[in-house]
Design a protein around this ligand. Structure first.
Ligand SMILES: [Zn+2]
Length: 120
């Protein structure tokens, strides 16, 4: 079991395994969040939110909802909205210990333009 948390500990993310790769995306929103995404399904991630709660943001087609801790502001994960009809949840690996971050292979996704991995 791997546990990640926001800086203040209000939001916890638990995953049973690590993904083979993590995605750094340069689209308009991901590049601003500077997130390192790991993709899971809803049932694979246990999310615990404390008293401080979450704030969420959706944009464009509103298929995904980005969540950040309302106390410390860390972008912890995103979930798919009902409109997306998907059970994808992405965790931000930057919430996990350094050993976890350094063990996943980072791929660069060109979400801003070609919608392809730049290392292909
Ligand atoms: Zn926090």
């Amino acid at each position: 079991m791997y546990t990640g948390e926001c800086h203040c500990g209000n939001v916890q993310l638990k995953i049973s395994h690590l993904t083979k790769t993590a995605t750094r995306c340069n689209c308009s929103v991901c590049r601003r969040y500077a997130a390192l995404w790991g993709y899971f399904t809803e049932s694979e991630v246990e999310i615990t939110v404390g008293k401080s709660g979450l704030e969420s943001y959706e944009h464009g087609d509103r298929y995904i909802s980005f969540h950040r801790c309302q106390n410390c502001g860390c972008m912890t994960h995103y979930t798919s909205t009902p409109k997306a009809q998907s059970d994808r949840v992405a965790v931000n690996y930057h919430m996990f210990p350094m050993a976890v971050i350094s063990s996943v292979h980072v791929r660069h996704f060109d979400g801003a333009d070609s919608w392809k991995f730049l290392d292909e």
